[in-house]
Design a protein around this ligand. Structure first.
Ligand SMILES: Nc1ncnc2c1ncn2[C@@H]1O[C@H](COP(=O)(O)OP(=O)(O)OP(=O)(O)O)[C@@H](O)[C@H]1O
Length: 244
């Protein structure tokens, strides 16, 4: 794989004038956005601001994107949701391999499971996994396709705090190894700051703030310097001192 700096020179995702309305409500209002290849970006916004709508559009899952919106995205895109969406009647490895083919699919699936710490669970049924394990399996299923773009919609939203922190480390580790472009939708300002190198705030259908988090990894929630980024993001989200 090319070095990170080279990858950053070509955009993986390009949106121009992306507009999406439901009835007379305009949710995305002419969004212009480039996501460079290999960049880890988080998308914040109030509930109902349109984060999932934007992610679905980028994933090519929304055929109702209207207006003069132009959208370029890579061919190999994987999506991870808040629930693992594993098929309950297939074992974990079969879930990971779903839709993949080729002689080396099995070994690649096993390697992906090993990467997420589930090497010994390949024959388990999804119903036998904990919430965190199910999300690990979902990450393995996403990774086995070697996506150029990984879209993640609140992937840790349903997990307890401790599991979530472990998953943050895992996701960042996987990103370092595979270097897909990542667009992570989250409600959690701290999650965005700890994981992403760029944080976007969606506000009234537009990108209200586009903030580079120029700090080395791994990052800790407790780093005082991250507090400045937190303040800026909370202000952009309209969370003032009175609300804290
Ligand atoms: N298929 C649909 N039909 C009608 N309205 C929709 C549809 N999908 C989304 N919306 C509306 O668009 C708005 C944005 O929804 P979206 O799910 O993108 O928000 P969000 O920022 O991801 O919210 P949350 O953080 O609560 O998940 C909401 O008001 C929602 O009701």
């Amino acid at each position: 794989m090319a070095p990170h700096t080279e990858q950053l020179t070509r955009p993986a995702v390009r949106l121009r004038g992306l507009t999406r309305s439901f009835g007379d409500r305009t949710i995305l209002d002419g969004i212009d956005l480039d996501l460079p290849a290999g960049q880890f970006t988080a998308l914040l916004g109030h509930s109902g601001s349109g984060k999932s709508t934007l992610l679905r559009a980028v994933a090519g899952l929304d055929h109702g994107v209207a207006g003069d919106g132009r959208l370029t995205a890579p061919e190999r895109v994987s999506v991870v949701f808040q629930d693992s969406r594993l098929l309950p009647w297939r074992r974990v490895l079969d879930n990971v391999l779903l839709g993949t083919d080729g002689k080396d699919a099995g070994p690649r699936g096993r390697a992906a499971l090993a990467e997420v710490g589930l090497a010994d669970r390949e024959r388990a049924w999804p119903g036998e996994l904990s919430g965190g394990e199910a999300q690990r399996a979902a990450l393995a299923r996403a990774l086995v396709r070697e996506p150029e773009l990984l879209l993640a919609d609140e992937p840790f939203g349903a997990l307890d705090a401790l599991t979530r922190i472990k998953m943050h480390h895992l996701l960042r580790e996987l990103w370092t190894r595979h270097r897909p472009s990542v667009l992570l939708v989250t409600h959690d300002v701290d999650e965005a700051i700890v994981l992403a190198d760029r944080v976007l705030v969606l506000d009234r259908g537009r990108i209200g703030l586009d903030l580079a988090i120029d700090r080395p990894h791994p990052r800790s929630y407790r780093e005082p310097v991250l507090g400045e980024y937190r303040e800026r993001l909370l202000t952009a989200l309209g969370v003032t001192e009175d609300h804290r």
